[in-house]
Design a protein around this ligand. Structure first.
Ligand SMILES: *Cc1c(COP(=O)(O)O)cnc(C)c1O
Length: 364
């Protein structure tokens, strides 16, 4: 018996997360200069990071010999959402807090429900605990909440919901979401992943945090990786009842968020101008890309995020042609959508380059 044979069978069964191809990797592979490459593969902010966060990071370098103190960011978030600090859990990216929920509740013999085509981290977080993963067929590429409710078993402890969802961009209306929370047994945790919350038009956006007192089984997760432009620093958070947050803090690494990320998070949260500019750039870029896809005769899944999934005949082949021309998007074969590609909304110039190269790639 080899040492690997003795590893946990449910860990061996996991297929590893496939990240968007880094610019430097494509440069090495294809010999394309880094500055000629357009990466629209990981839903990063094309404006970069908040300038206020950049200054905060530069200042925080002075204290890197000290272990982090997460008080300020926790307090800022608690104040912003009018919650006790004990309801806030910080994570090394929101990915981290998703895993903390899984580790607090799941084990072999338990199960978690998620939707087909939903974010890849839910299967990863679930399977790494040995719990069963219940995948519910999507409806129009989005969450079918009635079917998800019906899929809950006596051993189900978590339901994962992304709103908007990545990679499809689909959005569940708030009234349906609330009805779902009312219908789900109160001893099942509902994780509402709102990584793209800030991209929802303000007129349509609803304050789901106000639901927390009514639903002690609700966990809301958000991130600084997307509209705040801090994906490389790794900082995100969960908002939940004090009871659930307390459990998550028990399994959390004591210093899971680093000094630079904590400082940047505090500053980014106050940079309303940067958030507004990022939102506006995305709104215009989405219109630009939708228009371009229409001209090319390609259909798409309507998106509420900073990215859009569109249909080509062969996602892997078109992706390869785009890569050769220095444009990185995300193939969705791993999400059971082999004919779709997902493109992140970039700057106007990046979007134009993507559409130009796509037109060429479609012609073979
Ligand atoms: C990008 C993303 C996250 C955030 O990941 P981080 O770990 O915070 O960088 C979470 N959920 C979804 C659905 C995402 O697309």
């Amino acid at each position: 018996m080899s040492v690997v044979d003795r590893a946990l069978p449910y860990v061996r069964a996991i297929s590893p997360y496939q990240p968007g191809k880094p610019i430097t990797e494509l440069a090495r592979e294809m010999g394309i200069p880094v500055e000629k490459i357009v990466k629209l593969a990981s839903n990063e902010n094309p404006l970069g990071m908040s300038p206020k966060a950049r200054i905060a990071v530069e200042q925080a370098i002075a204290g890197l010999e000290r272990y982090p103190d997460d008080f300020d960011l926790k307090k800022k978030l608690a104040d912003r959402y009018a919650l006790p600090q004990a309801s806030v859990v910080l994570g090394n990216g929101s990915n981290d807090v998703l895993e903390l929920v899984a580790r607090s509740f799941l084990a072999p013999g338990a199960s978690a429900v998620f939707s087909q085509h939903a974010f890849a981290v839910y299967p990863l977080a679930t399977m790494s605990t040995g719990a069963d993963l219940i995948a519910v067929p999507a409806r129009d590429f989005g969450h079918d909440l009635d079917a998800m409710r019906a899929a809950i078993r006596p051993d189900t402890k978590i339901v994962w919901i992304a709103n908007p969802n990545n990679p499809t961009g689909t959005f569940v209306p708030y009234d349906k979401l609330k009805a779902f929370l009312q219908a789900v047994p109160s001893d099942v945790v509902v994780v509402l992943d709102e990584a793209y919350n800030e991209y929802i038009p303000p007129a349509e956006r609803l304050d789901t945090v106000s639901w927390l007192p009514q639903f002690p089984n609700l966990v809301i997760t958000r991130t600084f990786s997307k509209i705040y432009g801090l994906a490389g620093l790794r900082i995100g958070y969960a908002l939940a009842s004090e009871a659930i947050a307390g459990l998550m803090n028990r399994v959390r690494q004591p210093f899971n968020c680093n000094n630079l990320a904590l400082a940047a998070g505090c500053a980014a949260l106050d940079d309303h101008q940067f958030v507004a500019e990022s939102y506006e750039l995305n709104r215009r870029g989405m219109a630009q890309i939708l228009d371009g896809l229409k001209r090319l005769g390609l259909s798409h899944v309507p998106s509420h995020g900073n990215f859009i999934a569109f249909v080509v005949t062969d996602g892997a082949a078109i992706n390869q042609r785009l890569l050769k021309q220095g444009v990185i998007v995300r193939p969705l074969g791993g999400y059971g959508m082999p004919n779709h590609l997902r493109v992140t909304i970039g700057t106007e110039a990046e979007n134009a380059r993507f559409l130009e190269v796509l037109a060429v790639a479609l012609n073979g």
